[in-house]
Design a protein around this ligand. Sequence first.
Ligand code: BGC
Length: 384
Amino acid sequence: MTRTSRRTVLAATAAAGLAVAAGAPAHAAAGGRTPSKELFGTLADGTKVYRWTLANGGTRLKVLSYGGIVQSLETPDRHGRTANVSLGFGGLPDYVAKSPYFGGLIGRYGNRIAEGRFTLDGVTHRLPVNDGPNSLHGGDRGFDKRVWDIEPFTGRGEVGLALTRTSPDGEAGYPGALAVRVVYTLTARGEWRIDYTATTDRATVLNLTSHTYFNLAGEGSGSVDGHLLELAASRYTPVGATLIPTGELAKVARTPFDFRRARAIGEAVRTPHEQIGHGQGVDHNFVLDKGITSRPEYALTVADPGSGRVMKMYTTEPGMQVYTGNFLDGTLTGTSGRVYRQGDAFCLESQHFPDSPNQPSFPSTVLRPGDTYRSTTVHAFSSR
Ligand code: BGC
C-alpha cells in the first residue's frame, strides 16, 4: 500500500450496507455467532477497509482491518443494558486524519523512545520523531495506520479474529522483517483476550499493545472522574518533562499514583504533584507487582459506580500505562456525535516499560531471530 496522506482519503462509507458473509465455519459455539464483516470505507489508494463484528456472552466487538482498530466495544450494565464503552469515530476519514490512536493496535513500539533513537548490537537506529523530541507508538505511521489481513474463527465457546501482517525490514526505522499475528478473542465468560506473537529475521525491539480509550458509562457520556481504579502496582516509572522515564522505579506510597486500594480517577488527577504536572494528569507506566509472567495474571480492576460495569485486566506484561485522556481537548466528535473533552476516557496499555531500548535496567524488549515474542492481555467484563 502506498503512503496515505492525511488529507487524501477519497471516500468512506460508514456503517450502512454491504454486509458480507465471512466464510467462517458454520459451527459457531454456544453464545458466539460467526463473525461477520461489512465495508467500512476506502483509503486514498483504493484499499477497502472492512469492519468485523464479533459477539459472545453479551459482549460485542467491532474491529477495523485498518489499524486493527477496536471501533466499538459493547458490554452490559447491571440491568443488562449494553453501551459502547470505547471511544472512536463513526467513519474512516476521521481515523485516518485525526485519531489519537483510538482503539488502535500499537507497534512496533508502544509508548516513547527518547529522541527517536536506540542502539542495538552496536548499530544506532533512527525512528520518526512524532511527539516533541521523541518517537511515540511506532512513529508517524505505526501499526495502527496499516491495513491488516483478518481471518475469523469460532470454536470452544469462543469467537475471534486473527490479524496478521509482515512489517518489512526498516519500516518506520526498525530493523528486521517482523511477522506479527494478533488474535482478538471473545470468550463466553465476557472476556476480550488479545494474544500477540511475532518473529523477526534480524534482531529488533518490540512492544505491542492496544490503545482502547474506555469509558464504562459509555463513550460520549462525559468524564470518567468517578470511575474507581485499583491497580496491583507498588511502583511506577517517573518521567521527565517530555514523558521519558528517568529510570527510577519509584514507590507509589504517599503519591497520587497509589491505586493499591480503589480510588476515584478524578481525585488522583487533581492531587498536586510534579509528576501529575508533567502528564497533565496520570500518563505513567506502572510496574505491576506480579512482574513478567508466562500466563496472564491479575493487574487491575476499574469500576463505574453509576452503570455498575466492571473491567478487570490480566496480563503477561510487566507494565501498565495508565493514561487519563489528558490530551482530549474538545476538538474531536465521537461515534455517537458527542464531543470528547479532557478526562472523558482512560487508556490501560499493557506493555514493557517506555524507552526500554535506551534503559538497560528495564526488562529487555529485544527480539532475536529464532525467538518468538509472546504477550497476552485479558479484559474481563462484568457488572455489580
Ligand atoms: C501516551 C500519551 C499519549 C497518548 C496518545 C498514551 O499511550 O502515554 O502520552 O498522548 O497515548 O493519544
